[in-house]
Design a protein around this ligand. Structure first.
Ligand SMILES: [Zn+2]
Length: 373
């Protein structure tokens, strides 16, 4: 049962809740409390879960040991936990990322909560298609085929009554569940240790000739965040010199803290960025909803990639329909399946938490980058 109270307690713990406010041009995201279903799948912080944080994970999250399943490769495993392949390579001192064996154990410091797995056996019913079966288990067809392995070696010759087995996700691992709502949760919010040990939100982003900053008073970040944004935009502009100015929305206010209507943007590690529209000049300084006709996929992907290339991005919120466009563009440009599986939630469905780029509502006209803080 998900009562309103339970939802808001969870959300408060995860630092995501804010009261509804009137919509405006700046009311870009997260205006209302997330629903229970969204909380289950949204890219939420795993800081402060039930289990003890582990030194190998910089004491931020508990350590998880992933047993490599049939059909998994490094990008898929990274995507499953919302981390980069490079992080797994480093943590596990992997010599050859292409040589991952089924049954091998990999250490992970997850950004997406680990789930138990269970084996299921499916008996094919009359009239069932592969995509219908995959959907029933919340899998893509290729995931289903990979996992079923030899039992489904020829998916075109599946008979009614035939059975095959594969693994699926089960419940969330206990250590990664949000803490039980009790004792100190409130005190923390009241501000007792508000800025204790936190990096200062004191540097204002200067757009210069390459960025248009919508609201300079809300363009503050930590020194590191500002440096990373400048690096990303610099990389993008070197490759697309003629492109319009990058449209920068809200970051944080000076000193940090809550800014309406955002649920995040409090610690100087978040930034909203406009998708790149077709054309060589910035024709509007508002965030405009984009679609396949107005989006410039080449430049937008280059911009998103420039942020990812800092290797300091924890996640990017992006509308699922736009993920699809960028995914298909990146694929057409020769991006490997391994990298696509590492980076994108698409095509797994907006309800399945996976990858660095994930769906969260109200990101049709801009994407949101959260840096490591
Ligand atoms: Zn945002």
């Amino acid at each position: 049962m998900h009562s309103i109270r339970a939802i808001s307690t969870l959300a408060v713990v995860l630092g995501l809740w804010s009261a509804p406010v009137a919509a405006s041009d700046s009311a870009q995201e997260h205006e209302t409390a997330p629903t229970a279903a969204e909380l289950e799948t949204a890219p939420l912080s795993l800081r402060g879960t039930r289990g003890a944080p582990h030194p190998d994970c910089s004491n931020k999250v508990p350590l998880w040991e992933h047993e490599v399943q049939a059909g998994e490769h490094l990008g898929l495993i990274a995507g499953r936990y919302g981390v980069r392949r490079s992080a797994l390579v480093e943590l596990n001192e992997i010599a050859d990322p292409n040589l991952i064996r089924t049954g091998q154990t990999l250490k992970v410091c997850p950004e997406i909560a680990p789930r138990q797995t269970k084996q299921v056996t499916h008996v094919v019913a009359s009239g069932e298609t592969m995509s219908a079966i995959a959907k029933q288990y919340d899998l893509t067809v290729s995931e289903l085929l990979d996992r079923a392995g030899a039992e489904l070696s020829n998916p075109n010759l599946v008979r009614v009554g035939q059975s095959f087995s594969f693994w699926v996700d089960d419940g969330m691992v206990e250590a990664f569940r949000p803490p039980l709502p009790k004792k100190k949760a409130k005190k923390k919010r009241a501000g007792g240790r508000k800025s204790h040990g936190r990096t200062r939100v004191s540097v204002q982003l200067d757009g210069g000739a390459t960025m248009h900053i919508k609201r300079p008073r809300l363009a503050f970040g930590t020194a590191k965040t500002v440096r990373l944004i400048e690096r990303a935009v610099g990389q993008y502009k070197r490759r697309h010199a003629k492109s319009p100015k990058v449209l920068i929305g809200d970051m944080s206010k000076k000193g940090g803290g809550k800014i309406e209507p955002h649920l995040s943007h409090r610690r100087g590690v978040d930034i909203d960025v406009g998708y790149v529209l077709k054309g060589d000049t910035l024709t509007t300084t508002r965030f405009r909803g984009v679609n396949s006709k107005t989006l410039d996929p080449k430049r937008t992907w280059a911009l998103v990639k420039a942020f990812l290339d800092t290797d300091e991005v924890r996640y990017i919120f992006m509308d699922y329909a736009l993920q699809k466009q960028l995914y298909e563009f990146a694929r057409s440009q020769g991006t490997s399946e391994d990298e696509l599986d590492e980076l994108f939630q698409y095509p797994r469905g907006r309800g399945r938490s996976h990858g660095i780029i994930r769906h969260w509502r109200s990101h049709k006209n801009h994407f949101h980058v959260r840096f490591e803080g």
